[in-house]
Design a protein around this ligand. Structure first.
Ligand SMILES: [Zn+2]
Length: 139
């Protein structure tokens, strides 16, 4: 029997729908707490700092730095074999939140902790997934 090579898509919740709608428009949205001004990710119903439910959305600059990463060169689920090598990372956005994501668009051997990255969107089914790539500079 052939394996099912369909890649999974995000499971949306009422409190994360705006995030995924934003990515479809090419925007990386993060929540903000109107009570204490905290920046929040991942999307949730209450502020993790002050428990307020008075939350809104703001567009991230889409830039940050690599906090941690791990690259798989083999042994992934069959539906992801076509994407090897495959780097998962935590990226610290300039707004002060940390996002689990992928690093794409470069040789994984070039990825370093603290490397500046910017968001890039990858289509999957009817979603656009926010991945990150190195910021190109003219050094
Ligand atoms: Zn708050």
């Amino acid at each position: 029997m052939e394996p099912d090579l369909t890649k999974p898509v995000p499971v949306t919740q009422p409190w994360s729908q705006a995030f995924w709608d934003g990515t479809r428009d090419g925007k990386l949205l993060i929540q903000v707490c109107h009570a204490c001004q905290a920046a929040i990710f991942a999307p949730r119903k209450r502020c993790p700092d002050c428990w307020s439910e008075n939350l809104g959305w703001t567009e991230s600059a889409g830039r940050g730095t690599v906090y941690a990463f791990s690259t798989a060169y083999s042994m992934v689920e069959p539906q992801f074999a076509d994407e090897l090598p495959y780097t998962i990372a935590y990226v610290d956005l300039v707004e002060g939140v940390r996002m689990m994501t992928r690093i794409v668009g470069c040789d994984p051997a070039r990825i370093t902790i603290g490397m500046p990255v910017e968001v890039t969107f990858t289509e999957r089914a009817d979603f656009r997934l926010p991945y990150f790539r190195p910021v190109t500079t003219n050094e």
